[in-house]
Design a protein around this ligand. Structure first.
Ligand code: MG
Length: 217
């Protein structure tokens, strides 16, 4: 039995947290870096992973600043992504976990680096958009992290201290700092990886474990 985190809202990252989409996204993300920037697969994979959790636009521009092929690579990635993103499955325990949190009286949000229209459409097609109090996607100037947390605070009247963010990437942890508590999902990154970034808090192996860690606050 672990001490429960009292909260009013759980905010989930999407790719790699609610949806098993990271193998697909990493594959096309790495392919674009190899194709347009002439880097090896190993180099591209390292560059992709070290920036994963950010919009691809930022991943490319951070890795290849001012490179003339940036916009081409970003555009092609987004096209490949939209072609296949709706084929990516939720993890098998995603829907039950979200339903259980709802039953506990906890609001559930999605905070994603995927475009707003895409992320909303994804859940609409599954017919479960109503399980979420809010679904927040990316547009320039409105990102997972400070922008989304501030939006949830002001639009939904929730204190940062009542929020818990759950994500699978080191960038997710970094972006929760100074705002709210964080639980990391181990998979793409190990517990050592999260600790190396200063995360001394909780980590889970599976999404369904989250309900053991929280209580309505
Ligand atoms: Mg993720």
């Amino acid at each position: 039995m672990v001490d429960k985190i009292a909260c009013k809202a759980v905010i989930f990252d999407f790719d790699g947290t609610l949806a098993d989409s990271m193998p697909f996204l990493e594959k096309i993300g790495v392919e674009m870096m190899m194709k347009y920037f002439g880097v090896s697969k190993e180099d591209a994979t390292q560059r992709y992973r070290s920036t994963t959790g950010l919009p691809y636009e930022h991943q490319v521009k951070m890795n290849f600043p001012d490179h003339p092929k940036c916009e081409t690579a970003i555009t092609e990635f987004e096209k490949l992504k939209i072609d296949r993103i709706f084929d990516q499955q939720l993890f098998e325990d995603t829907e039950s976990t979200v339903r259980e949190l709802n039953a506990m009286g906890i609001d559930v949000f999605v905070s994603s680096s995927t475009f707003q229209t895409t992320i909303e459409e994804y859940f609409r097609r599954l017919g479960i958009e109503n399980l979420f109090r809010g679904i927040l996607g990316y547009r320039p100037g409105f990102e997972k992290g400070a922008d989304h947390f501030n939006h949830i605070h002001s639009e939904y009247n929730l204190e940062f201290s009542d929020m818990l963010f759950v994500g699978d990437s080191l960038k997710d942890y970094e972006r929760s700092q100074g705002f709210c508590r964080f639980i990391g999902i181990v998979g793409m990154f190990s517990s050592e990886d999260f600790k190396s970034k200063g995360h001394s808090g909780r980590l889970v192996q599976r999404l369904s474990e989250i309900t053991n860690h929280v209580i309505i606050g």
